[in-house]
Design a protein around this ligand. Structure first.
Ligand code: AMP
Length: 112
């Protein structure tokens, strides 16, 4: 499958990894939108949030544990944001499930 995030998992494409274990990888976003902007992804290919089900949701719970670990490590004590864009209208440009962990600045809502 021609998926850039699967290639990051396999090491075929380099990335600045900040965390890795048996089931997830986290690495710095290539075009950071905040002082801290990390992408946390499952190692197995799941296309988007729309494909989460009772068989694969365990890795999503784990991703949120990892988000808390990374946020602590990065000193995001004032707060942070976790976002997953799902589908074209939400602006999902990479079709491998990923969660943006962003912090180090103030965010607007619902965008920005
Ligand atoms: P989204 O638009 O929500 O699908 O997010 C995809 C994110 O992946 C964007 O923020 C991109 O900057 C980021 N991205 C794309 N290719 C790479 C890469 N090779 N390494 C790190 N981040 C990437």
């Amino acid at each position: 499958m021609d998926c850039i995030f699967c290639k990051i998992v396999s090491g075929e494409i380099p990335s600045a990894k900040v965390y890795e274990d048996d089931t997830v990888v986290a690495f710095n976003d290539l075009e950071p939108q905040a002082p801290v902007h990390v992408l946390i992804i499952p190692k197995t290919h799941i296309t988007s949030m729309a494909d989460i089900n009772e068989e694969n949701s365990g890795v999503v719970a784990h991703i949120f544990e990892v988000a808390a670990i990374i946020a602590k490590e990065k000193g995001l004590d004032d707060g942070f944001r976790v976002v997953s864009n799902c589908g074209d209208s939400a602006g999902q440009s990479v079709k491998h499930l990923h969660f943006h962990l962003m912090g180090g600045r103030t965010f607007g809502w619902p965008a920005g």
